[in-house]
Design a protein around this ligand. Structure first.
Ligand SMILES: Cc1cc2nc3c(=O)[nH]c(=O)nc-3n(C[C@H](O)[C@H](O)[C@H](O)COP(=O)(O)OP(=O)(O)OC[C@H]3O[C@@H](n4cnc5c(N)ncnc54)[C@H](O)[C@@H]3O)c2cc1C
Length: 410
């Protein structure tokens, strides 16, 4: 019987092992942790749970992996062998790398000062949750989407945090979407702004930050780092984000090696350099099935959805600045359709092909969100008139009609 080794027993690795089991293939999971961690029911939810037991269990507990090897860190996969940092070597017919992502270390000076928390693990979320309970001025800085989730949890406890966004890892919100987000944040007592903290100042503990020449006082600071793929050495160059570069079958450029989840970087994806961090189960199952001999592909357009501030915010494909940085000739059309709904579309100026789409709407809305704009082959015209009578994608089709009125090629 052929044997598959799965490196990493998180969401993607567990899904890969589960799929191998379904195909009747013997899969062994290797993880650097001594025990499998629970799935991401959400780190932000851990704030305020201090002292309470966490009831979530690891995805590996549900997956039917044939065997697991814990406490073993894999450093390389070479010639069909998985090489561990302790020198152990494991041989397999195929390998699925699902080692996930890690957090980019912050560069701001003084960020480890007492009262500052780099939110890079479940434990740090819990510590920040405790410390912020007694703080007057709470500042959250760093990556925007996760920052909003953290700010929302604090506001629900009666705090009035400020959020200073230095980057939006999954693309910056278009102006109409940002308007909806900012208003929803303000309604909860969250002030939202842009800025990058260069220094944390204070004598014994955090008292303020320096950002863009301004001094912003705070007594509890949370820094939300960007996520980057965990690097595993292969006899093939890594992707531009440092991940294992894979094709649409999730095959790496090394024989018998597949990758999935946050460490896998899809070649030719839109947006470019995207990893599969937001689709750990889908990609894990695909890599697992293909390592067991199937031939399943995944699409090149990456989608993402987040529920925050009572809103559901979804995106497919790249934002306009990313397209422009790639030299693509694109335009963006967008509008806020109501207090809590907005849509924007990024399309090719010459052809009207829709490259990226973004929708925000109430989280309980029954609408289909991005609808068929996520297909990768939609045009302004197909989105505007392709779904007569459908209310499912009204924000998308209304925005596409708006785009058609100004698009010179129509
Ligand atoms: C408690 C908790 C809460 C989380 N909350 C969120 C959240 O709110 N939002 C969010 O986006 N993500 C969250 N995550 C992360 C999220 O689970 C995953 O990043 C995401 O599901 C992608 O899955 P993955 O399988 O690619 O990576 P992961 O689920 O991170 O799995 C990677 C696995 O590989 C193992 N590994 C890493 N390097 C090596 C190595 N060199 N050798 C062997 N094993 C290795 C890790 O120990 C880990 O078990 C959370 C994770 C945990 C544990």
């Amino acid at each position: 019987m052929s044997r598959v080794l799965v490196v990493g027993g998180g969401t993607a690795g567990a899904a890969a092992a589960e799929e191998c089991a379904k195909q009747g293939i013997d899969a062994t999971v290797i993880d650097r942790l001594d025990e499998p961690e629970p799935p991401w029911t959400s780190w932000p939810d851990l704030m305020g749970l201090e002292g309470q037991s966490r009831t979530v269990s690891s995805p590996l507990h549900q997956a039917r992996a044939s065997a697991s090897i814990f406490g073993t860190e894999v450093v390389a996969v070479h010639n069909g062998e998985v090489v561990a940092s302790n020198g152990s070597r494991f041989r397999a017919d195929s390998v699925v790398i699902a080692a996930g992502s890690s957090f980019e270390p912050p560069t701001a000076q003084g960020i480890r000062k007492h009262g500052s928390f780099v939110l890079d693990s479940a434990a740090r979320y819990e510590e920040f949750g405790s410390a912020s309970a007694s703080a007057d001025r709470i500042l959250i800085c760093g990556e925007g989407a996760r920052g909003l989730q953290v700010a929302e949890r604090l506001a629900a406890r009666g705090a009035r945090p400020s959020l200073m966004v230095s980057c939006w890892q999954r693309g910056r919100p278009s102006p109409p979407v940002l308007g909806v987000v900012s208003d929803a944040a303000r309604a909860r007592g969250i002030s939202l702004g842009q800025g990058r903290v260069s220094r944390v100042v204070g004598l014994a503990r955090t008292e303020a930050v320096i950002a863009g020449g301004d001094v912003v006082p705070c007594d509890a600071l949370a820094f939300i780092p960007r996520r980057v793929p965990v690097a595993i050495r292969l006899a093939a160059p890594p992707g531009r984000s440092g991940g294992v570069l894979v094709d649409r079958y999730l095959r790496a450029r090394a024989p018998g090696v597949f990758a999935a989840g946050g460490c896998a970087e899809l070649d030719g994806s839109l947006p470019p350099r995207a990893t599969l961090v937001d689709e750990p189960r889908l990609s894990g199952r695909t890599a697992g099935a293909n390592s067991a001999g199937r031939n399943i592909t995944i699409g090149s357009v990456r989608s993402w959805s987040l529920s925050v501030l009572g809103l559901r915010w979804s995106r497919t494909g790249p934002d306009a600045p990313t397209c422009e940085s790639l030299g693509m000739d694109v335009r963006e059309v967008g509008r806020r359709w109501s207090g809590c709904s907005a849509c924007s579309l990024v399309y090719e100026r010459g052809t009207g092909r829709v490259i990226g789409a973004e929708v925000i709407e109430p989280a309980d809305s029954p609408s289909g969100g991005l609808g068929s704009s996520a297909s990768g082959s939609a045009t302004l015209r197909s989105l505007a008139y392709g779904h007569h009578g459908s209310s499912d994608i009204s924000a998308v089709s209304d925005t596409a009609r708006l785009g058609l009125t100004s698009w010179s090629g129509c």
